[in-house]
Design a binder for this molecule. Structure first.
Ligand SMILES: [Zn+2]
Length: 386
């Protein structure tokens, strides 16, 4: 089995180790400082004998280092390993922050942690309660940041599972277990990498709280991630505030009042469009002369399909009339017929569309179609105009 140097020194980034097995790009060492993906924590990157380490796997036989190219060393050689520190330290911050948050949620009525996940952008803990109120989350976040400021020691001990006392969750392993303790706050069995004092966790920021099956998932960020996220949020809010020429503290009230005002304006605009359409419809109606069947045909071109729809409704509300409106972009035709016209808009449009490669349909009163080209649109309009 590989000796895990990170068990006793999470700060070790540079080490030498005898190579005990090489299979292409997969390398086993007698000892390693590389952390393999396990317990929700992602693997370390870095270099081994100059080659890049692109994955680290924990299998039953020990730890496998996966390189981007086969190394220039073989079993029996000694090789130098370098762990990429910024990524490792970031994981140490998130992981220790997770122990702290799990302990504080449990101690403050937030349930027990049943799983954890450390992602590229944020980490989550799954708590075995159906919900967590915003206030409870804020209290836990405040307390977590206080524990960070208290700079409590985080220590690692190896104890016998049978006699280890005060563990947050009883270990299901027998024999020696590794225990990570945050002084006065938490004792948990864990094989991951952690910082040596809570001050190194840095800022703790709780974000999304969401239901997950019968549990609750809490997203959080620690250290530089929390600051980067707060910075991105600030930039976004500042951008919005600049558009609205306000300060970011006034944004919630301002956005709410603008949304309400936009809804009112939209409803007024709709009424005005209808009212304008009925005046315009009357104008077009008066200018059209009735055919031999006593029904007027109102032909109209518009740049807007919305305007055509409004006119189609308004014209059809008048007497003994049919409306045939076209719009070139997109190539659209809208037909409507008043109840007393004896015409069927849908039946009129359907064959004209079919002959000219158009699509669409409708009912007796209103029908709409689109044409593949403006030439086809004109042919459809000519066919239905009679
Ligand atoms: Zn841990």
């Amino acid at each position: 089995m590989t000796k895990r140097l990170y068990y006793t020194d999470a700060y070790l980034t540079s080490f030498e180790a005898p190579v005990i097995g090489v299979d292409g790009t997969r390398v086993r060492l007698a000892q390693t400082a590389f952390y393999p993906t396990s317990g929700g924590q992602p693997f370390d990157r870095g270099t081994l004998g100059g080659a890049r380490v692109v994955d680290v796997i924990d299998d039953n036989a020990g730890i496998v280092h996966v390189l981007d190219t086969p190394g220039s060393f073989s079993a029996g050689n000694s090789v130098k390993g370098e762990v990429e520190w910024p990524r490792r330290f970031d994981h140490m911050q998130q992981h220790t922050g997770q122990h702290l948050l799990s302990a504080l949620f449990e101690d403050n009525g937030g349930g027990k942690t049943v799983s954890v996940h450390f992602g590229e952008e944020s980490a989550t803990i799954e708590l075995d309660v159906e919900s967590i109120s915003r206030d409870r989350a804020v209290r836990v976040e405040t307390r977590a940041n206080a524990v960070v400021a208290e700079n409590r020691a985080v220590s690692v001990t190896f104890e016998d599972a049978a006699t280890a006392a005060g563990l947050r969750k009883p270990s299901d392993r027998a024999g020696e277990i590794r225990i990570v303790s945050i002084d006065g706050v938490d004792r948990s069995a864990c094989g991951g990498t952690h910082v040596r004092a809570t001050g190194e966790i840095g800022a703790v920021l709780i974000r999304r709280i969401e239901k997950y099956k019968k549990h609750t998932r809490v997203e959080f960020l620690c250290g530089a991630r929390a600051i980067a996220r707060a910075r991105a949020d600030y930039e976004a809010l500042t951008g919005m505030a600049a558009v609205l020429t306000s300060g970011i503290n006034e944004l919630p009230a301002l956005v709410a009042s603008q949304a309400a005002s936009a809804r009112t304006l939209e409803s007024e605009r709709r009424k005005l469009t209808e009212s304008l359409a009925s005046y315009r419809a009357r104008e077009l109606y008066d200018a059209a002369t009735a055919r031999a069947d006593g029904v007027r045909r109102v032909l109209h071109q518009s740049a807007s399909a919305d305007e055509l729809r409004a006119l189609a409704h308004a014209v059809a509300a008048l007497s003994k009339v049919a409306f045939i409106g076209t719009c070139e972009s997109p190539a659209t035709i809208i037909i409507s017929a008043s109840d007393d016209s004896g015409l069927d808009a849908g039946a009129l449009l359907k064959p004209a569309l079919a002959t000219n490669g158009g699509r669409g349909g409708g009912n007796v009163k209103l029908a709409q179609g689109t044409a593949p080209t403006t030439t086809a649109l004109k042919a459809i309009a000519a066919a239905v105009s009679g």
